[in-house]
Design a protein around this ligand. Structure first.
Ligand SMILES: Nc1ncnc2c1ncn2[C@@H]1O[C@H](COP(=O)(O)OP(=O)(O)OP(=O)(O)O)[C@@H](O)[C@H]1O
Ligand SMILES: [Mg+2]
Length: 441
């Protein structure tokens, strides 16, 4: 019997997988698309061997390995009865975050398979449904409005769209999806949501795990034969734009070829290798175990040209990074706020002058200016002074902490600093208004 599939991904029976341009598996299915656009759908192009040569360079580079594992894991979710989820690579500009995203995306599609957060806040449901059982790759969280980020993370995790009536009053088909998520940004999900006035709920953070992407050379640990990270990043980007999409197909074929294998049991076995201490960490551990399983299955199938255990090791490394960031996050956070607070107490009167009295000279080396506003005195820090005030942390970490604490009083769109006219010139300054409770919470 021939059946019609109205959506992409695994069929209801689960023996076939529907892509817009092909059906993988033996079921007699044809695809009846509900939408005309196929922009950004999974598709393949270029040469599979060349793609594998690119994938071989991921060895020794856990950020890239995990990106591919997360991407492929999309096709396993249904088989192990897991919900959507993924990871958010966090790090400074130009370290190769987008490159890592391209590598992950290349398992399923080409350049247009990767999207930005901004482009996705409208039409999210349609995009998610089109990518069901694969991977949604979202670049640059900063481009989405802070209020949208929480909603996107939450809705993606839910797996169904809203029911809407059609013009003639009948209920339209509700979008459903289940997918892996890969995301990047200079800021964490929680920092973004905080800016929108919302506290990130633990559940939302577990759906999209924040993981620092900065390694030895930007996102890389092993440059193989490249002279530097820049050259390696550019190579990956070029290759991914040319050769893509076959790995996902081969992976699905491999899953189908396993017939009635007990994927749940395989996952349970891998989970025992990820140790954790509380329920939130247990959920993250289980995610990483799934990513490891995807990578090891694809290695076994000869799709990923890696040594056995390479995917598992990379997933363990990144799980530790996640734990380290979460574990020490609170104390580091408090320490930074304390340092900045102390700095203002100590130097507030000597290193800062009133913003509008441009002739005033500070008694000591200038750290910035201040201005009195309804909520209290706001200190306009230069970046050098803020770095000094934070103590032994890099500026980005300091900014992350003060942002999370809600201490940034004014900012330009998408930034933590504000372009400020001062003494006839313009300077990017950090407008800080510390609050007592946060510093000693
Ligand atoms: N590891 C690296 N070391 C040095 N330069 C790099 C590295 N990774 C990327 N670059 C350079 O930065 C450029 C941008 O790379 P990519 O888009 O992957 O970075 P990104 O981290 O996403 O940056 P942004 O925050 O600006 O989006 C590359 O074309 C390359 O020139
Ligand atoms: Mg980028």
């Amino acid at each position: 019997m021939t059946t019609a599939a109205t959506r992409t991904g695994w069929t209801v029976k689960g023996d076939a997988f529907v892509l817009r341009d092909r059906i993988i598996g033996l079921e007699n299915v044809y695809f009846q698309s509900e939408s005309l656009s196929s922009d950004g759908a999974a598709r393949s192009g270029g040469d599979y061997r060349q793609w594998q040569a690119m994938a071989a360079l991921c060895e020794g580079n856990p950020v890239l390995i995990v990106s591919l594992c997360v991407s492929l894991a999309g096709a396993l979710l249904v088989k192990v009865h897991r919900d959507s989820g993924g990871i958010h690579w966090l790090g400074d500009s130009s370290i190769g975050k987008t490159t890592a995203l391209c590598v992950g995306a290349s398992a399923w599609g080409g350049d247009d398979f990767k999207r930005t957060w901004r482009a996705t806040s409208n039409g999210l449901e349609g995009v998610a449904a089109m990518l069901s059982d694969t991977c949604l790759c979202l670049d640059e969280i900063n481009e989405a409005g802070p209020r949208e980020v929480g909603a996107i993370v939450y809705n993606l995790g839910n797996g169904t769209g809203k029911t809407r009536a059609t013009r003639i009053g009948s209920a339209r088909h509700v979008h459903r999806w289940r997918l892996s998520l890969l995301s990047t940004g200079e800021r964490s999900i929680s920092a973004m949501m905080q800016e929108g006035g919302k506290q990130a709920k633990a559940g939302q953070l577990v759906r999209l795990l924040n993981i620092p992407a900065e390694r030895q050379f930007g996102v890389f640990d092993n440059l193989h034969n490249f002279v530097d990270g820049r050259e390696m990043a550019d190579h990956f980007k070029d290759q991914c734009a040319e050769h893509y999409g076959q790995a996902g197909i081969k992976f699905v074929e491999h899953i189908i070829s396993q017939g009635n294998a007990d994927f749940g049991a395989i996952l349970a076995q891998i989970e025992t290798q990820f140790t954790h201490t509380d329920t939130q960490a247990a959920r993250a551990a289980s995610r990483f175990a799934l990513y490891a399983m995807a990578g090891e299955l694809a290695t076994e199938a000869g799709i990923l040209p890696w040594k056995e255990g390479a995917a598992l090791d990379a997933c363990k490394t990144m799980f530790s990074e996640w734990q380290a960031m979460r574990g020490t996050g609170a104390t580091e956070h408090q320490q930074i706020l304390q340092n900045v607070g102390d700095y203002i107490l100590k130097h507030g009167d000597t290193k800062f002058t009133e913003k509008n009295n441009s002739d005033d000279k500070p008694k000591a080396d200038r750290a910035g200016w201040y201005t009195d506003r309804p909520g209290g005195r706001t200190y306009l820090f230069t970046s050098a002074a803020l770095k000094e005030a934070g103590g032994n942390y890099d500026l980005n970490r300091v900014l992350e902490a003060i942002d999370r604490a809600g201490w940034i009083a004014e900012r330009d769109h998408g930034k933590r600093s504000k372009k400020t006219t001062i003494m006839g010139g313009k300077d990017n300054l950090y407008w800080l208004q510390p609050s007592e409770e946060a510093a000693h919470a």
